[in-house]
Design a protein around this ligand. Structure first.
Ligand code: AMP
Length: 558
C-alpha cells in the first residue's frame, strides 16, 4: 500500500497549523482527511476530501474497432477534466453528427470514451492525434486508422471499385469500355434525343393528319417547381439531355409487354389543352393539361403530358416502342398511360394526372422539416404517420409484384419515379425520365451514362447486372426513403464513397421512425446474394399486413 507522508507544522500555539502531505498521486483523489483536536475539556473534528489537481495523461489510444459504428477508443486522466481535441493528418478535426467524441464512462480521475465515426471511408484513413489539455499541462498521442481502401481512378477518369482484386479491375474496365462502345455506336448511329433509346423501326401508330392544330394555351411557367422546392438533391440543368443506360426490355420484341397486336391510342392535338408546366424530365417538359373526349363518360379530364422535342427518326421510333410498352403495362399501381399525339413536334405522351406529383417531393414536404400548412383558420401539421408510410410502401410493392409478373425489370425504382394522387394513392409513374431535376441521384460513368448507384445492389454496380432481385434491392432503398421522409440514401457520402460502401457490404441504417419489422424487410432486400433476397410477393404481403394492422386516416391528404 502506498505511503502518504504527513507532516504537521504548528505555526503558533493558539491559531494556525499546516498539514503538509507528500507522496500523493491522482489515485488519492477523493480520500478523506480528518483533523481531530482534543484537550481536557473536549474534542472536535473536521474533514475534507482530497482534490488533487494534475496535468492530463492519455493512458490509452487504441486502433479503430468496429461495433455498430467505428470507434477509436481512449482513456485519459487529468484534474480538472481535460479538454479533448482531435487532429486528422495534423488538421484539426471538426466534430459533427458523424464524427464525434463519445465519453462512455467517467470515474473520479479517468474518462473512457471513443472517437465515433459513422460510415467512415477512405477519406477518413490516416493519423489521428488526440490532445488532452487542462491548465496544468497537456498530453498527446497518435494512432493510425485504416477504414476503407482508397478508390482507383483510372486514366480515363472512370472509377474502379475493384481496387485490390486485379481480376475485377480487368472485368470492370472492360465492362465500362464495352458499355461505352455500345453507347457510342448507338449515339452515332441513331443520334438520340430522349431516353427512348429503342431500336426498331415499326410503328403501330398510324400518323393522323391533323397537324394544323397547334398546342393550346401554355401558362408562363410560374408553377414550375424551383430547385429549392425540390429539396437539396435538386439540380435543374436546363434543357440538357442526359444520356442514360437503356432498359434493354424496351428492345424486346417478344414477351408479355410488347405484344404484336398492341394498339396505342392516338389522341388528337386539338383535344389537348395545356394548362401549366409540372416539371421537366430528361427528355422534355411535363405539363398539366385538359384532355377532351378521352373517356366516354367525361367530356374532359386532367392529364399529364410529356413532350419530346425535335425527335429524330430513331427518336420517334423509340417513342412509339415506349408507347407500346406503356400501353401493355396496366395495373392499379402503375400510372395509367392514355396514348400519344404524334401529329407534329413536340411528340406527346398522355398520362393520368397525379395531383401530388412525385413521391420524393411529397415525402419531403410531409416530413418534420416541412412547415405548417394553413387551411384558413387552422394550421395543420402535415407530417406523415407511420401507417401512411406503410400504406405508401405496400402500394409500390404491389406495382412491383405486377412488373415482376410481367418479367419487367424496372432498373430505376426510386421515390422520384413514383407519383402520388388523391387519397394517398401511389403509383409507379416513370421508367427513368426524372434525371434532370434529380441529377444528383445519378452517378456519371464514362462521361455519358448516368447510374442511380445509391439505389443499386453490388452486382448492378460491379457487373451492371439488373434483375427482379436487383429491383428488390431498390425497393428496400425506397422503403428507407419513405421512412426518412425522402432523404437521399447515403446523403453524407460522395458517389465514390457510396460505391465503396455498397460493394463492401455496408447497408443503410435504420431510420429513426422505422418499425423493426420494416427494417427487417429492408435488410431482407439488401442481402448481398441476389437469391438470398426476399421475394417481391413476400415483401408485398408483409407490408400489406403491417399496413392493415395500422389503418390509415387519409383526410388531411385529400
Ligand atoms: P418525369 O419526366 O416523369 O421525370 O416528370 C418530371 C416531373 O413532372 C415529375 O417529377 C413530377 O413532378 C411531374 N410529373 C410527371 N408525371 C406526372 C403525372 N402523371 N402527374 C403529375 N405530375 C407528373
Amino acid at each position: 500500500m502506498k505511503k502518504i507522508i504527513m507532516c504537521l507544522q504548528v505555526k503558533s500555539v493558539d491559531t494556525e497549523s499546516i498539514l503538509t502531505l507528500s507522496g500523493l498521486s491522482p489515485d488519492d483523489n477523493g480520500r478523506a482527511i480528518v483533523c481531530s483536536a482534543e484537550n481536557m475539556v473536549g474534542q472536535t473534528e473536521a474533514s475534507l476530501q482530497l482534490n488533487i489537481l494534475f496535468a492530463p495523461t492519455i493512458l490509452t489510444l487504441l486502433s479503430p474497432e468496429r461495433d455498430h459504428h467505428w470507434c477509436i477508443p481512449f482513456t485519459v486522466t487529468g484534474n480538472p477534466k481535460p479538454e479533448l481535441r482531435w487532429y486528422h493528418n495534423n488538421k484539426p478535426l471538426q466534430e459533427q453528427d458523424y464524427i464525434r467524441t463519445m465519453i462512455h464512462v467517467t470515474t473520479e480521475n479517468q474518462q473512457h470514451g471513443c472517437l465515433q465515426l459513422v460510415n467512415p471511408t477512405h477519406i477518413h484513413n490516416g493519423e489521428y492525434k488526440l490532445v488532452a489539455e487542462n491548465k496544468y499541462g497537456r498530453d498527446e498521442k497518435n494512432i493510425s486508422a485504416q477504414f476503407l481502401h482508397p478508390p482507383n481512378i483510372n486514366h480515363t477518369g472512370q472509377y474502379s471499385v475493384f481496387s485490390h482484386e486485379s481480376v475485377y479491375v480487368v472485368v470492370g474496365i472492360a465492362g465500362v469500355a464495352l458499355i461505352g462502345c455500345v453507347l457510342m455506336v448507338i449515339i452515332l448511329k441513331y443520334g438520340r434525343n430522349s431516353k427512348f433509346g429503342i431500336k426498331g423501326s415499326s410503328s403501330v401508330i398510324s400518323n393522323d393528319d391533323d397537324s394544323a392544330s397547334p398546342l393550346h394555351h401554355v401558362s408562363n411557367g410560374n408553377n414550375t417547381p424551383s430547385s429549392s422546392e425540390m429539396g437539396p438533391d435538386a439540380v435543374i440543368i436546363g434543357m440538357t439531355k442526359i444520356p442514360v443506360i437503356e432498359n434493354p426490355q424496351y428492345f424486346r420484341n417478344s414477351g408479355s409487354m410488347l405484344k404484336s397486336n398492341t394498339f396505342v391510342q392516338h389522341i388528337k392535338r386539338h383535344n389537348i389543352v395545356l394548362k401549366r408546366e409540372l416539371g421537366e424530365g430528361a427528355f422534355g417538359k411535363v405539363f398539366l393539361a385538359e384532355c377532351y373526349n378521352l373517356t366516354p363518360d367525361q367530356e374532359k379530364i386532367h392529364v399529364a403530358v410529356k413532350t419530346l422535342k425535335e425527335a429524330s427518326e430513331s427518336g420517334r421510333a423509340d417513342f412509339y416502342r415506349e408507347a407500346e410498352l406503356l400501353t401493355n403495362l396496366q395495373h392499379e399501381h402503375i400510372v395509367t398511360f392514355y396514348g400519344v399525339c404524334v401529329e407534329s413536334d413536340p411528340l406527346i405522351m398522355v398520362f393520368e394526372y397525379m395531383k401530388h406529383g412525385d413521391l420524393n417531393k411529397f415525402l419531403r414536404s410531409h416530413g418534420p422539416d416541412a412547415v405548417l400548412m394553413a387551411d384558413g383558420q387552422h394550421s395543420i401539421l402535415v407530417e406523415l404517420t407511420q401507417s401512411q408510410m406503410l400504406h405508401i410502401a405496400q402500394q409500390i410493392a404491389a406495382g412491383m409484384v405486377y412488373l415482376a409478373s410481367q418479367h419487367f425489370v424496372h432498373r430505376d425504382l426510386a421515390t422520384r419515379n413514383c407519383l402520388v394522387g388523391e387519397n394517398l394513392l401511389v403509383k409507379i409513374g416513370d421508367f427513368g425520365m426524372s434525371r434532370d431535376v434529380y441529377s444528383s441521384d445519378y452517378y456519371r460513368v464514362g462521361g455519358h451514362t448516368m447510374l442511380p448507384i445509391r439505389w443499386m445492389p453490388p452486382e448492378s454496380i460491379m457487373y451492371r447486372r439488373f434483375t427482379t432481385e436487383s429491383d428488390v434491392w431498390s425497393l428496400g432503398v425506397v422503403l428507407w426513403e419513405i421512412f426518412t421522409y425522402g432523404k437521399q440514401p447515403w446523403y453524407q457520402l460522395s458517389n465514390n464513397e457510396v460505391i465503396e460502401c455498397i460493394t463492401q457490404g455496408r447497408v443503410l441504417q435504420r431510420p429513426r421512425t422505422c418499425p423493426k419489422e420494416v427494417y427487417d424487410l429492408m435488410l431482407g432486400c439488401w442481402q448481398r446474394e441476389p437469391y438470398m433476397r426476399l421475394n417481391i410477393k413476400e415483401i408485398h404481403s408483409t407490408l400489406q399486413s403491417l399496413a392493415k394492422a395500422s389503418p390509415v386516416y387519409l383526410d388531411i391528404l385529400g
